[in-house]
Design a protein around this ligand. Sequence first.
Ligand code: SF4
Ligand code: SF4
Length: 342
Amino acid sequence: MRDIRLGRTGIHAGPTGFGALPLQRIPVADAVRLLRRALEGGIAYFDTARGYTDSERKLGLAFAGMRDRVVLATKSHARTGDAFRRDLAESLAQLGTDHIDVHQFHNPSSCPKPGDGSGLYEAMLEAREQGRVRFIGITNHRLAVAREAVESGLYDTVQFPFSYLSDEKDEALVALCAERDVGFIAMKALAGGLITRSDAAFASLGRFGNVLPIWGIQREAELDEFLAHIAAPPARTPALEEVVRRDREDLSGEFCRACGYCLPCPAGIEIPTAARMVRLLRRAPTERFVSAEGQAMMRRIAECTECGHCREHCPYGLDTPELLKRNLAAYEAFLEESRARS
Ligand code: SF4
Ligand code: SF4
């Protein structure tokens, strides 16, 4: 079985990781069952965050008495040293452990460093000296911040969006991590739901020996798919390569990754869904999107006040209000065509 080494941490994370954000959406008993099945199926690396409401607690309940069998990674959004210490104490309590294996600064707008005035890195170091944190990581959606973290030598791991839609700059970050022996954790390996073939995604990331994907898993069926890929890793056959090629052609360029960092929108627009509507209509069952609720959600785009909040906060530099308008126009055209056909 593939066993990904997480850079200089020396952690052998197994064949793949589990992203625990979606656990927030399911009942405790279901989450506990899912997590234990994942562990039994060969997944040992679990990534959560203080900000994912009750996800940490569900992990703590699932793995009570089994701490030595799992690698636990979490994150803190704190922006000061004191806030970080409070978050860490809460994460430890919720996870039911006395140490976190990989603790990460959660998508900060700049790379925390000693002496930057925030006190964040100092608080992280203090936690490491106390044995409450084993390794120091950072997550980010901004390539410049992720590169700076790797180049600084201050971080053991970097978590960054990475899938077969990633471009050569992202791949260069993966190579830099390999060169500096920094662990690379891939978030959004299904590109926020735009990639619908987990076998193609799993096989493609397998090309990068130092990349640990953490698949967001919420349903038993999703877990079954990934456990099947672990048991029998999908080969990169010509047919799968063709899926990847077509997706790259179809989804290349500027697109919304559904990260949600532009929220909240003061006009109440559901940006991560609305800004991807054209692609969702092509790639997913359309009933939900063309329902009365779907239409109301999309037409809210007309309420945009051009405040600029989304554009300023998008880590991918998207002109989000323009993207939304293009999606609304294409959506109305889709509805019109559907009416004409029926
Ligand atoms: S510019 Fe429009 S879509 Fe963006 S946050 Fe402001 S109101 Fe919302
Ligand atoms: S518009 Fe940008 S910030 Fe908002 S969800 Fe999409 S990628 Fe993320």
